[in-house]
Design a protein around this ligand. Structure first.
Ligand code: SAM
Length: 236
């Protein structure tokens, strides 16, 4: 059975829900049980990644496959689609899920219940109270574009997550960018709509700022783009 989300108590409200005036509220509010069960995978994983952003999910799945370890932290797992699809290098991987939204934690944990994941409810916008140096891989897929602020501000998340890796570990993921990557009429209108709705907060996110944020922090990283999406893998 998946574990009940263990709350880090890093500032979010009680009862598994964030207050509407919390800075992290908009970026996670869309992920209701119904949306996670019936909408996210067909809409985002199968349609939008391929058609709107022109980065089919198999590309992100391959990023997982190339970087995931047997001691893995998945940040913002959503429905857990990638975790369900990926093959872990160990027969009994130890998997931790971190999200501020307890519905996402429950959905993703149920998806990989056979791996007995541990759930941690925590807000990435606030300091994490996890022990440093305890994971060999951390995934951060499609999370940065949901967070408020500019890329330099969002990069604080990298400062929170990278120290949780053991030496040689990898922090990898993806984010949808607005600037410095090709856009189509469809992607531009989706970006406008999602930013207006508050689900995304990436109207100023650029490839240049992302590269600067990585350059300032890490000497060993890969950054590439596919369509409107940036894919990164940082080794510490
Ligand atoms: C777009 S979904 C990504 C799901 C999956 N990783 C994927 O690539 O399809 C974003 C996830 O990040 C989580 N999230 C958003 N803001 C967060 C925050 N401030 N702290 C922790 N998790 C957050 C959401 O609840 C959701 O599970």
């Amino acid at each position: 059975m998946p574990s009940t989300p263990r709350s880090q108590n890093n500032g979010h409200s009680h009862e598994g829900r964030l207050d509407a005036d919390d800075p992290a509220h908009a970026g996670q509010a869309a992920y209701t049980p119904f949306f996670l069960r019936h909408v996210y995978d067909p809409l985002v994983i199968r349609f939008q990644n391929r058609v709107t952003w022109r980065c089919p999910s198999k590309i992100i799945r391959a990023l997982y496959q190339g970087n995931v370890s047997g001691l893995h932290l998945d940040v913002g797992p959503g429905t857990g689609w990638y975790l369900r699809k990926c093959r872990f290098p160990d027969a009994n991987p130890r998997i931790y899920l971190l999200d501020v939204n307890s519905d996402a934690l429950h959905r993703a944990a149920a998806r990989i219940a056979h791996h007995h994941p541990q759930c941690i409810r925590a807000d990435l916008l606030k300091p994490l109270t996890l022990r440093p140096g305890q994971f060999d891989s951390i995934a951060l897929a499609h999370v940065l574009h949901c967070l408020p602020g500019s890329i330099p501000e969002k990069a604080q998340v990298l400062d929170r997550l990278a120290p949780l890796l053991r030496p040689g570990g990898t922090l990898f993921g993806s984010t949808i960018l607005s600037r410095g990557v090709p856009q189509t009429r469809l992607s531009r209108s989706q970006l406008d709509y999602m930013n207006k709705m508050g689900v995304f907060s990436n109207e100023d996110d650029s490839l240049e700022d992302l590269k600067d944020a990585l350059d300032q922090r890490f000497s060993d990283y890969l950054l590439r783009t596919r369509g409107s999406i940036a894919l990164f893998a940082i080794t510490v």
